[in-house]
Design a binder for this molecule. Sequence first.
Ligand code: FAD
Length: 382
Amino acid sequence: MTKSGDPTRCDVVVIGGGLQGLSSAYHLAKRGLSVTLLEAEYCGRHASGVNAGGVRSLGRHVAEIPISLMALDDYWHRMPDVVGHDCGFVGSGQLQLAENEAEMQVAAERVALLNSLGFHHEEVIDAAYVRKLVPSISPHVHGGIWAKRDGYALPFQTVVAFKHSASQLGAHIQEQSPVLKVESHGADWVVHTATQEFRCGHIVNTAGAWANGFARQLGEETPAETNGLMLMVTQRVAPFVRPTLGALGRPLSFKQFDNGTVVIGGSLMCEADEVARCADANAAALYKSAQTVTDLFPHLTHVAINRVWAGVEAFMPDSIPVISPSSTVQGVTHAFGFSAHGFQLSPAIGRLVSELVCDGRASLDLRAFSITRFQESGDHSS
Ligand SMILES: Cc1cc2nc3c(=O)[nH]c(=O)nc-3n(C[C@H](O)[C@H](O)[C@H](O)COP(=O)(O)OP(=O)(O)OC[C@H]3O[C@@H](n4cnc5c(N)ncnc54)[C@H](O)[C@@H]3O)c2cc1C
């Protein structure tokens, strides 16, 4: 319940109960605002509940690094203090493999660039160090980039932890409540579901793959694209890899959990149906990714895949999200378009959203994430 006791009258309505919405509700409630979060289905039903759980600062777009490091240092390594639960976070490190000399060169240039900008969370390591970290790796690997404070967490536990913490702070979280439209009434906003109207001073649009529809209602549609993203999980195998692995030269994200199962993904796209709100896994694309894994770990050739699934995600043409006040109206803040890497950022995104709402400005420079950047360039292509 909101502090006024009436969830239909509040300071902020958050649209969407994925992690960006739940984190926003948590941080806004922590700042003392009355918050109602409206979720169309159930919290974590889409990308936030079904993702690979990669907690990766490694390989980020330079503009995203400060947010990613805020998420890592202030939240992921301190989750029990933040939400009373570790969210399954394991600081296993993340390693991006270089499979030839040309990729080693790319690694060296990337880390030199980051160092020149004052970032030291990624380091180049040689083949011997890679083998020390992952003794069973194929002998053809030349080295890689190592981010030792990265790791992985459990998406659904993270969703539940943020949902409970936001509720405990007074946020009203209402599921099975799709928002149909938003309307301004003087200085207020009215948010309509099929059966209720919510009056508030501010709207936070964190509707994931459906958020661009609300931007469209406000006259600031972006070139966001909706796609499906696939994952697969193997049967249990004896422990053979601790860090989460990616590759510089091909799409791969790969981790072994403590129970022995291995989750394999890495930008494996499939078609999504925005209206039906689902995506179907594509076996041919999954086969290609399984092949990458057996190239790197030949001993996995006969390991069975137990399950495949796909989630729906919003992708921006420049692969970085919109985290921005509306450019057309007062009292709306957007955070969407996380382009397959928003899980790691989510604890910090809510904080930045709460700063935009409460203070009118954020503690990090968010200019690169402005919703106006597509209008300015005039480039709406992907
Ligand atoms: C398969 C997969 C693997 C991934 N792996 C990783 C990873 O390893 N690491 C990483 O950092 N990121 C990863 N991601 C990306 C990450 O999951 C997303 O970027 C992040 O979860 C986006 O969160 P969100 O809250 O914006 O969106 P969502 O989780 O999609 O939440 C949006 C919510 O809004 C609700 N909604 C929509 N319309 C309405 C409406 N009209 N009214 C009310 N509610 C509405 C939806 O039902 C949904 O619950 C992965 C994504 C996928 C799909």
